[in-house]
Design a protein around this ligand. Structure first.
Ligand SMILES: Cc1cc2nc3c(=O)[nH]c(=O)nc-3n(C[C@H](O)[C@H](O)[C@H](O)COP(=O)(O)OP(=O)(O)OC[C@H]3O[C@@H](n4cnc5c(N)ncnc54)[C@H](O)[C@@H]3O)c2cc1C
Length: 341
């Protein structure tokens, strides 16, 4: 049984990792590395986790994976000095009430570990899926054929699932119900260690929603210090298409209202526009599946807005497909005849 997985973010990787023993899996990823929004940007000698800042571990599936020796060295708990900041307001200390994890030595270490041993085509954007008998032919943007598969799993943000599968996906109306909002990340390389009395902050009443000293995470550089600043989703929605310098200037002005600029010696700035950053409205199902057409979709947007939701979504589809393909569930007659071919 050949299964194509479109997208090597956490949901695509957790699906592929969990299905690798019962199916022939091939992942296609449009960028040059794995992880999707669990991302690390390298710029000169600096590193920034500019997407997800941490992830939780509440589910049985993630807990049992992280207990394994393979994963223990790729993930560690992060316990920053955490505060709430707002312009002209007192800094308030905050506490997390559950462990928060990060990849080590960078956020992508976790997805990289999940991807070990999997068949993966990088820099390959799937543009089209077309029928080829009762299987699926995948093509890239140049019309180049990427292979024929029995099943296609989209592990991309909801708007990209809608583009790839369209109305032929039985669950397309649910895909369209999911709503996602953008975020802009500023990555600030510093000349020296920042003179701040916190390591991560939730910002309020500001275009900024979050800032963190990347080096406060375990196993990061102790020499090159970087600050990651996230805009609020609302601010990003209004400003995402503006010119880079205009965005940088506005976010730096907002930063100066939260933090004394004398405490930060800025060397250079990088920017990332995340168009589909946060799930505003999730579907409320672990995954979506169209058994007649042999199409399925996974992602954070199925369940919630956390990286762990993406992980759980991928695992849940893998468990379901394993049961389905082993014939232990009641299948429709069309599907049974398709599967037996
Ligand atoms: C700025 C930001 C901050 C966040 N902070 C947190 C946080 O602190 N804690 C937390 O739990 N979560 C956080 N999140 C959310 C978390 O990152 C996501 O929930 C999770 O990473 C989603 O994983 P995914 O696999 O569903 O999607 P993605 O990570 O988006 O993966 C989708 C993959 O599909 C690829 N792709 C898309 N289209 C195609 C195509 N046509 N062909 C081939 N490949 C394709 C993309 O390149 C990408 O790699 C944050 C997200 C952002 C952006």
């Amino acid at each position: 049984m050949r299964i194509a997985v479109i997208g090597a973010g956490l949901s695509g990787l957790s699906f592929a990792h969990s299905s690798r023993l019962f199916a022939d899996i091939h992942l296609f990823e449009k960028s040059r590395g794995v992880g999707g929004r669990l991302a690390t940007r390298r710029a000169a000698d600096y590193e920034f986790d500019h997407g997800a800042q941490f992830f939780t571990c509440r589910s049985k599936s993630l807990k049992s994976l992280l207990k394994g020796d393979d994963f223990q060295s790729a993930v560690s708990e992060w316990q920053p000095k955490l505060v709430t900041l707002a312009p002209d307001s007192e800094t308030l200390k905050r506490t997390w009430f559950e462990p928060h994890y990060v990849g080590v030595p960078s956020m992508t270490a976790f997805p990289k570990r999940l991807a070990r041993g999997l068949a993966l085509s990088y820099s390959t954007r799937v543009r089209e899926i077309t029928r080829c008998g009762n299987r699926w032919q995948l093509k890239d943007g140049n019309g180049y054929e990427l292979g024929v598969f029995d099943w296609v799993v989209s592990a991309t943000p909801a708007p990209q699932v809608a583009m790839l599968f369209g109305a032929r996906f039985f669950e397309h109306s649910l895909v369209e119900e999911a709503q996602m909002s953008p975020c802009i990340a500023l990555m600030i390389a510093l000349k020296d260690r920042p003179q701040l009395d916190f390591e991560a902050a939730i910002a309020q009443q500001s275009p900024i929603s979050w800032l963190a000293i990347n080096n406060s995470k375990p196993a990061r550089s102790t020499v090159r210090f970087g600050l990651v600043v996230h805009s609020s989703n609302e601010w990003a929605r209004a400003h995402i298409d503006e010119e880079q310098t205009a965005i940088e200037n506005q976010l730096l002005a907002a930063l100066n209202q939260l933090v004394d600029p004398d405490f930060l010696s800025i060397q250079e700035i990088h920017l990332q526009r995340w168009r589909y950053a946060k799930v505003e409205k999730a579907v409320g199902k672990e995954f979506l599946i169209d058994e007649e057409n042999r199409l399925a979709a996974v992602g954070d947007w199925c369940l919630g807005n956390r990286a762990e939701d993406a992980f759980v979504s991928g695992c849940a589809l893998a468990e379901h497909l394993e049961r389905l393909l082993s014939g232990s569930q009641g299948l429709s007659s069309t599907l049974k005849s398709n599967l037996s071919e």
